[in-house]
Design a protein around this ligand. Structure first.
Ligand SMILES: Nc1nc2c(ncn2[C@@H]2O[C@H](COP(=O)(O)OP(=O)(O)OP(=O)(O)O)[C@@H](O)[C@H]2O)c(=O)[nH]1
Ligand SMILES: [Mg+2]
Length: 304
């Protein structure tokens, strides 16, 4: 597809916001047609802004996946939630996602109140419609539209892809006129080493329970292209305590081995190269208060 003549081109930023677990990352991946943001059944999976780029007709749509908005407790939570609110400042369209099965919850209420101060056009996206009967969707649409001035309501299933094309074509008509900002074949602006670290973090979230995923972070330390066309990747998993390190390793190293195998397969598929993945688990007490870790995650470090 050729880039349209300058006068026809459109380009805009679309922020996907919502409470944790409503399906923002799943929707981003569906919109872009490729897995660039990690997804798990757990809340607070996404930690920083992830951009995904799609072309729709004459428009380049730059979607911004954001961390879920909730009442933050830790410094890391504040950084995550702050980055989500910040995404709305630069957006041409803000899409509020609601989990249609759960309906409006406490976190959604806080977001609805905050939306009143947003200058960008806002649209409502009811997600997970595969789990809900139609009458409930209509009632939810009506109730939410009484709460905020949404330009449009979309009903989608990010998981099945239902409704995603309609959402995209509406956006293509409504982002501002202007030249494309990214090369037309680019779908993400995240460096591969960041994507690789996120994939490993996804596997940690899927394997570990309770607080452990939230008290860990992953960084790619080494990325070495080998002569045979494969890549050697070394990553460090930081945890808070020795007891957590033991859990991540598992009996005889079984847990880390399983995490590594799952991550390696996904990273290799994502970068289309054979991968040798080496994982190291380090205890770094208080990493959640270390500015360097925030830089690595692409988050601003909150002073308090
Ligand atoms: N049934 C169904 N499940 C969905 C749909 N969209 C997302 N999910 C599931 O909902 C869970 C959360 O999805 P995510 O995409 O990680 O949600 P998120 O809003 O990015 O979550 P955070 O990053 O934690 O804020 C996962 O188990 C998804 O598979 C959908 O349309 N239908
Ligand atoms: Mg997410």
């Amino acid at each position: 597809m050729a880039e349209p003549a300058e006068q026809a081109a459109r380009c805009g930023f679309v922020a996907l916001i919502g409470a944790p677990n409503v399906g923002k990352s799943t929707l981003l991946n569906a919109l872009v047609g490729s897995k660039i943001s990690i997804v798990t059944p757990k809340v607070q999976t996404t930690r920083a802004l992830i951009r995904g780029i799609a072309i729709e007709g004459a428009a380049q749509l730059i979607f911004v996946d954001t961390p879920g908005i909730f009442a933050p407790r830790r410094r890391l939570d504040r950084a995550m939630v702050g980055s989500a609110w910040g995404s709305m400042r630069d957006a041409d369209v803000v899409a509020l996602l609601i989990d249609a099965r759960k309906g409006v919850q406490e976190d959604d209420e806080a977001i609805l109140r905050g939306l009143a101060d947003i200058a960008a056009a806002t649209v409502l996206v009811l997600n997970k419609i595969d789990l809900v009967e139609k009458p409930k969707l209509l009632a939810l649409t009506q109730a939410l539209n009484e709460r905020a001035a949404f330009a449009m309501t979309f009903m989608v299933s990010a998981r099945s892809g239902d409704g995603v094309a309609d959402f995209k074509s509406w956006l293509a008509e409504h982002v501002p006129a202007g030249p494309w900002l990214y090369p037309q074949d680019q779908i993400s602006d995240a460096p591969l080493r960041q994507l690789a670290a996120e994939i490993t973090r996804e596997k940690l979230y899927l394997r570990l329970h309770q607080e452990l995923p939230y008290q860990s972070t992953v960084e790619s330390e080494l990325w070495k292209e080998l002569k045979d066309g494969s890549v050697r990747i070394e990553q460090t998993i930081y945890v808070e305590r020795e007891s957590q390190r033991k859990i991540v390793l598992g009996k005889g190293g079984a847990t880390i081995k399983a995490i590594g195998a799952a991550a390696r397969a996904d990273i290799a598929a994502a970068i289309e190269q054979p991968v040798h993945l080496f994982l190291f688990v380090k205890v770094r007490e208080g990493w959640g208060d270390d500015p360097e870790r925030y830089r690595e995650m692409g988050l601003e470090y909150p002073r308090e």
